[in-house]
Design a protein around this ligand. Structure first.
Ligand code: KDG
Length: 338
């Protein structure tokens, strides 16, 4: 018998022997979860998705497996949101700002200067108000699990340092696809241009837009320092991310499977906030070392910007509902001892 035939028989024999096992293996094939996100794998967002995936596989004993897909490979936020609603994708994490077209109450989190610090943000987002807003997603085909931290947003551009409100004049500024951001920066005198995050780097590189605004972490991980000269510290809004599940798919899960995902999401929230804050703490120095010219607005100019930007608040209050707006303002006033 030739070697080839012996090898073939061995292979075939092995295949015959394991076929029943293979059949069994089919029965315990892990449930695969496609989890899409927009930043790259090395970003704080990518690290948190990896942590979540590890938690799910560990807590489910390997019965549930997350396939993390970053860099908007499954599409920008708005496209992934539709894929979850249709049941073509199981999970994603993205900005609450791009969800406003689906659930108007999400615009609450777009309010300029709503939170003074991360402590206030965590308390409101993780408390009854944050849950109430998240629950509004259910009748639109989405289940929100937790909020993660994108962070306080700051300005970058190639024209000039933003030292006063008038410096926004004539700057072509990319903003998220969200009316509050559009209206806010138009009020400041900028020429606001809505673009998906996935198109932002090339828009900056080709000078299609002059500037953008994002937290330090994103400016660092997306290498905006390669195509942006000035970074002006404005902290004009706290931006959350939200971990979302397709409701069509969620409703097919057992209670145990749902608990695995919720427990992993909560553990990933703690990891992500700690990791993001640690990175943000050193990002400014790193961005300076990368050659960015960094400036902070004076308290007087910050106050002028705040007064101008908060003119959009009345419109937000009407859009999200006065009850929700007043409940939020009341909770913040109580936290601030007012
Ligand atoms: O997919 C990326 C988005 O989730 C998020 O980073 C949104 O901050 C954002 C931006 O500027 O688009």
């Amino acid at each position: 018998m030739t070697n080839t035939r012996r090898t073939l028989l061995a292979a075939t024999g092995a295949a015959v022997l394991t076929a029943p096992l293979a059949g069994l293996a089919q029965d315990i094939k892990p449930r695969l979860i496609r989890f899409g996100y927009g930043l790259n794998e090395q970003s704080n967002q990518g690290r948190a998705v990896k942590f979540f995936a590890e938690q799910v596989e560990k807590n489910s004993g390997g019965k549930m497996k997350v396939r993390a897909v970053g860099a908007a490979a499954l599409g920008p936020d708005v496209q992934m949101q539709q894929a979850l609603i249709g049941g073509a994708q199981e999970m994603m994490v993205g900005s609450t700002a791009t969800l406003v077209g689906i659930t108007k109450e999400m615009a609450l989190w777009d309010t300029p200067f709503l939170f003074n610090n991360a402590k206030e943000a965590d308390a409101i987002l993780d408390g009854p108000i944050g849950q109430k807003v998240m629950d509004k997603l259910q009748d639109k085909g989405l289940v929100g699990l937790v909020y993660w931290e994108n962070g306080f947003r700051n300005m970058t551009n190639n024209k000039r340092p933003i030292t006063k409100m008038e410096d926004f004049d004539g700057i072509k500024l990319r903003v998220m696809q969200n009316n509050v951001y559009l209206e806010s920066f138009r009020k400041l005198g900028a020429n606001a241009v809505p673009l998906p995050f996935s198109e932002l780097f090339s828009a900056l590189e080709t000078r299609t837009v002059d500037g953008q605004e994002n937290p330090y972490n994103t400016i660092l991980s997306s290498k905006f320092f390669e195509v942006q000269k000035y970074l002006s510290v404005t902290n004009h809004v706290y931006s959350p991310w939200i971990v979302l599940v397709s409701k069509k798919w969620w409703d097919t899960l057992s209670k145990d499977e749902q608990k695995v995902l919720l427990d992993a999401a909560r553990a990933s929230r703690e990891f992500e906030r700690r990791d993001t804050r640690e990175e943000a703490g050193r990002a400014l120095a790193e961005l300076k070392a990368k050659g960015m010219q960094i400036n902070e607005l004076s308290p007087a100019e910050s106050a002028r910007m705040r007064d101008k930007l908060t003119q959009v608040n009345a419109g937000i209050a009407v859009n999200v509902g006065l009850d929700l707006w007043n409940e939020t303002q009341g909770a913040l006033a109580k936290m601030r001892g007012k």
